[in-house]
Design a protein around this ligand. Sequence first.
Ligand code: ZN
Length: 214
Amino acid sequence: MRSDHSHSMKLVILGRDGTLNRYRHDHVKSIEELEPLPGALEAVARLNQAGWHTVMATNQAGIGRGLLDMASLNAIHIRLNQLLVEKGGRLDAAFFCPHTPEEGCSCRKPLPGLLLQIGERFGVQLASVHMVGASLGDLQTAQAAGCMPHLIRSDRLGPLDDAQLAELVAQVPGTKVHASLSAFAEQLIQQERRAKADARGEAQALNTGPGDLT
Ligand SMILES: [Zn+2]
């Protein structure tokens, strides 16, 4: 579905591990190992209800390493969507890179391949897209694709103190840090509300003069 007003589609790209579900160093290999982070699915639902489309972009090198097969990955993503539906949310799509670093593909984050594919599929300007992830690699991916970078401070980052976090974030200028996906969602929704109110205020000021506050 292509829209002539595609630039106005509100899209958030989400990483998976450490953003939506708990990161596992040994990969999420089965439905049983899929553990949503507290409030993360509700946050997606909040975004959806506020008119934001949500698409997932995830590296799944476990496929390339033979730790899980495509059927298992599909089952995990179907399960994730079922859990989301229970909360009133949904992902429009799940884009993934199945390759190992050694394969030298163009879709493994931090290369921007997955995000470019998403931009093309949904006909959106990537500069208007928020990319939320849980690692430096996600931030670098956002930067490479020209998206707005956001970092969730989850366990995936390891035990970083504030100085170390600041150092990491400084590598990708413009990064915003959030305690959780819920915090990101709330901030984005509030920010949009304020922008709309400001726009209304300006329109009113132009129409009726600054003295009229109604
Ligand atoms: Zn790839």
